[in-house]
Design a protein around this ligand. Structure first.
Ligand SMILES: *Cc1c(COP(=O)(O)O)cnc(C)c1O
Length: 477
């Protein structure tokens, strides 16, 4: 299996391990496999047996094996077994389902070290990095910016990985106390938390500025773990397969997935699973007030927002102004036309901030061909959903998952979605107490593993908003 860039009409093909440590392709595009491996009924039946007999890591190795042929099967199995342990994910099953009634199932993806679904991909990435860096005898410096979930998931994944250092910028004083405690309690000299005197955008700008210094970047082997990394996406394909198998008993049964979306990473993995032939009828995309993506699926207009137009909401991990993985879907929608994809994302979006596919045959046939529908939700919807769901079955969902549930139940009422609808749980409520208290009048009990984390010593360096200061820190640490 080789990988191509969404903007390269010449289709330069690279092996998995060459794109593993890279973010964007050199032409600014995103990597995708040359074609999606096809899963027939016999393969699906064998995966059902494998999952039942040997568990999630074995299934992961089988699915990933279709995409990764430059790591031997035994090594890949070892990587998956180290990434997905019962100790890290709180159960042998790694993922699971809860029946919420009326055709809706909750797909649990958030029982990893940082209580958000990003652990599912990051833990695999950490093992893959360690494996490949060892093989190449290289080291890597991960420089990132986070407003919450991504940074902590990355740090917990790189913990104890000898060849990786992490420098993570956070906006000083702006993350929730729980999120701060999660990151700042990490005690590992290779993981450096930085509280920047600025907002999240300043953090991102500083990362860009340091990366623009190509000599410095090369000297310190600076890399990233952002959501456009192909390995993160393919790790996510595995849980669509696992949840499908858990939710069904026969391999011709069809399901719907509903996905709280921000950067289009999670649901892009659902799209890929569907393209592989996993029997998924509909992919329900849910946004919060930042409805760039819902707008596209409703109207065919993709219009990115500026910072001023990006709302700060109570489902903050979905507060995006442009969806960094969306180019992958558009490439597929346009029949993998790299020239047109480059025109849209490399020229139209940077100059006009938008593109319009409304009157194209591709957009007209989108739902039929790719199964997407979309909806959005508001703060009031989240609060009402958290309260209503708790009243219905006693299960408390986090605000992001509430966005997904709200849109899923609304569409279930309005049109005939294939049941079950599997709503993906993208975080645990413990991370977002304020909204939970607003909805229920009280907080949720905290899982034992997070007891008292706010009282642990905090390890964080204060830094001015200055690229040279950051470079000095990286060079001398
Ligand atoms: C990152 C995140 C999302 C959005 O996922 P995308 O892959 O960016 O679409 C949703 N919910 C939570 C809790 C997250 O951390």
């Amino acid at each position: 299996m080789k990988y191509v860039s969404t903007r390269d009409a010449g289709r330069t093909a690279l092996p998995f391990c060459d794109i593993l440590l890279e973010g964007l392709a050199p032409d600014g595009g995103l990597y995708l496999p040359e074609s999606y491996p096809q899963v027939d009924a016999a393969t699906l039946a064998s995966w059902r047996e494998l999952l039942g007999a040997e568990g999630y890591p074995a299934l992961a190795a089988a699915v990933l094996g279709l995409y990764i042929d430059d790591i031997g099967a035994d090594d890949l199995r070892g990587i998956c077994e180290r990434a997905y342990t019962a100790e890290k994910f709180s159960s042998d099953g790694i993922v699971g389902l809860t029946d919420l009634g009326d055709g809706v199932l909750l797909g649990h993806l958030s029982n990893g070290p940082t209580a958000a679904f990003k652990d599912m991909a990051m833990q695999l990435l950490g093992e893959l990095f360690e494996y490949e860096l060892e093989r190449r005898d290289q080291t890597l410096t991960i420089l990132g910016a986070t407003s919450g979930d991504t940074g902590s998931a990355a740090e917990y994944a790189m913990l104890g990985k000898d060849r990786v250092r992490v420098f993570m910028l956070t906006p000083a004083g702006r993350m929730s106390p729980f999120q701060q405690a999660q990151m700042f309690s990490i005690d590992d000299p290779a993981i450096v938390n930085i509280a920047l005197d600025g907002v999240f955008d300043d953090c991102q700008d500083l990362v860009k500025e340091v990366n623009a210094d190509l000599a410095f970047k090369a000297e310190h082997a600076i890399g990233a773990v952002n959501s456009i990394n192909w390995a993160r996406l393919v790790a996510q394909v595995v849980y669509y397969v696992a949840l499908y198998l858990h939710a069904t008993t026969a391999d011709d049964q069809r399901v719907t997935f509903a996905v709280p979306s921000g950067n289009f990473g999670n649901i892009c993995a659902g799209h890929i699973a569907r393209e592989m032939g996993i029997p998924i009828d509909t992919l329900v995309l849910a946004t919060n007030e930042n409805d760039v993506l819902a707008e596209f699926f409703d109207t065919g207009v993709y219009r990115v927002r500026g910072t001023a137009e990006t709302h700060e909401t109570s489902s903050p991990s979905m507060d995006i102004s442009k969806a960094s993985n969306f180019e992958r879907f558009i490439f597929d929608l346009l029949g993998r036309d790299a020239d047109q994809t480059r025109r849209l994302f490399g020229e139209e979006v940077p100059t006009t901030g938008s593109f319009v596919l409304t009157d194209t045959p591709e957009f007209a046939g989108l739902r039929e061909r790719f199964g997407f529908v979309a909806g959005s939700s508001t703060h009031a919807d989240r609060v009402a959903t958290i309260a209503a769901e708790a009243g219905r079955h006693g299960y408390v969902v986090d605000p992001h998952t509430a966005d997904g549930l709200k849109v899923a139940r609304e569409l279930l009422e309005r049109e005939s979605l294939t049941q079950p609808v599997i709503v993906l749980e993208t975080a645990l409520p413990v991370k977002f107490s304020a909204t939970i208290v607003e909805a229920l009048g009280h907080d949720v009990p905290r899982p034992d593993r997070f007891a008292g984390i706010e009282d642990l010593p905090r390890r964080v360096l204060a830094l001015p908003n200055d690229a040279d200061a950051l470079k000095r820190l990286i060079a001398t640490h």
